[in-house]
Design a protein around this ligand. Structure first.
Ligand code: NAD
Ligand code: MG
Length: 406
């Protein structure tokens, strides 16, 4: 008799060693969730965090990585003491350089880049130069240093897989036979979907009065505080437009943002023959994470089936540039090119921090960014060192702006 089960023996796969930058964050934790479901394929090599000792301690206990990295020295010392007390073999390292070391280590195959903000740039660059498979959640790397990062990926022989759900969706529905130019693949444009955030229907007057708690309450996704505020201002979509430009070599005119409140269609690609291909699914980051981990294979992620009958209806509308000026500012920075997106990103990070600290209002965020951008000299991008200096200067200008106002 034919033995069906013998035909379906899973092929043994080589174990992949994974570094997770930003392991205690929402993306980090969801990555570990997917990895736990595939213990035969993945081994955690290194886990990193900035200050959350308790969070990283719990993860080290569970995943026994070779290395744990904390950004700050006191946090690293505390973690080392706690791990020693339970007889753990994990080696604790400290500081920015150590983040890059565990991203580029020769024993590492896969790097999940899930640090939030500009702080993620150096370790992501290190992973690119070392030719790793990079699962890129940290969109700020591409916003700040898109051309240098893409160049490092190419020169280092790295494999870049976008984890941002929109870009992961676009990646999934692009032709497998890649060309550098969208036109060569018959692609007309990409359509980035946006939930519209919690203030989709808010009037300008209501937006002025938005509180921290209201802005932190995203309708569809559970995310870290910075990206949650970015989603509420729609700067997140603006950063994603710039991200799409670098990932898919799309011009600003080839990237359209469509508000789609249900967050079921994660993005689309329109071809010259009129076909529009979309990727759909429940809004759960474990889907793009599993795609990145398994590529080109498909891995179970723990995400439930999409129940279209329950969803019933999919809606679309245009974003409103009057109520969401951050989206316009991002398009302008992309069009200006050079160091403009890095300045936009730095000013945004300072403005979001100030809003989270409740020292400025919600609609001050775009005002600060626009004022810093218009007062800055835009230069061609030549090096990472230059971008680090530009980032620092834009942060200083934004901080000074805030001081002068208070
Ligand atoms: P988070 O705030 O939940 O976690 C951030 C992680 O980065 C933490 O582990 C923290 O310890 C670490 N970190 C923070 N500052 C650091 C620094 N200066 N140096 C080193 N490490 C530092 O953020 P998140 O929601 O997981 O987002 C991470 C990245 O992924 C962001 O760039 C975000 O835009 C992107 N992203 C997130 C989602 C999501 O659903 N959460 C979706 C798409 C893209
Ligand atoms: Mg996204």
């Amino acid at each position: 008799m034919h033995n069906a089960s013998a035909d379906h023996q899973p092929q043994p796969v080589a174990i992949q060693h994974v570094t997770i930058l930003g392991a205690t964050g929402t993306i980090g934790v969801q990555t570990l969730d997917v990895i736990s479901q595939h213990a035969e394929r993945f081994k955690v090599f290194a886990l990193t965090a900035s200050t959350n000792v308790k969070g990283l301690f719990d993860l080290c206990k569970q995943y026994a990585p070779q290395y744990a990295v904390m950004l700050h020295s006191e946090a690293a010392a505390e973690l080392a003491i706690q791990l020693k007390a339970i007889g753990s073999n994990t080696i604790v390292l400290q500081g920015e350089d150590a983040l890059s070391e565990v991203a580029a280590h020769e024993q590492v195959d896969v790097v999940m880049a899930a640090i939030v903000g500009a702080a993620g740039l150096h370790p992501a660059m290190a992973a690119a130069r070392a030719g790793k498979r990079i699962l890129l959640a940290n969109k700020e790397t591409l916003v700040m240093a898109g051309n240098l990062f893409m160049q490092a990926v190419a020169e280092g022989g790295a494999t870049l897989l976008p984890i941002d759900s929109e870009h992961n969706a676009i990646f999934q529905v692009m032709p497998h036979q890649r060309s550098k130019h969208l036109a060569d693949m018959g692609v007309k444009r990409v359509l980035l979907t946006a939930s519209g955030g919690p203030f989709r229907h808010a009037s300008l007057a209501e937006l002025q009065a938005v509180t921290r708690a209201q802005a932190l309450n995203h309708p569809n996704w559970v995310m870290g505080p910075k990206i949650t505020i970015d989603s509420a201002t729609m700067m997140n979509k603006g950063l994603e437009v710039i991200e799409a430009h670098w990932l898919f070599n799309a011009s600003p005119a080839q990237i359209e943002v469509v508000v789609h409140p249900q967050s079921v269609i994660h993005s689309m690609v329109e071809y010259i023959d009129g076909s529009v291909l979309a990727q759909l699914g429940n809004p759960d980051m474990r889907t793009p994470i599993a795609y990145g981990l398994g590529y080109p294979d498909r891995l179970a992620s723990g995400v439930g089936s999409l129940d279209l009958l329950k969803i019933g209806q999919l809606d679309f509308c245009a974003p409103d540039p009057m109520r969401f000026p951050c989206l316009r500012l991002a398009y302008e920075a992309l069009t200006a090119g050079g160091t403009a997106p890095a300045i936009l990103n730095a000013a945004n990070e300072i403005a979001v921090e100030a809003f989270l600290a409740e020292t400025i209002g919600f609609m001050d965020i775009p005002v600060i960014i626009e004022s810093i951008l218009s007062a800055s000299q835009i230069e061609e991008v030549a090096s990472i060192e230059q971008l680090v200096a530009v980032d620092a200067q834009a942060r200083q200008s934004a901080t000074r702006w805030l001081k002068n106002r208070s």
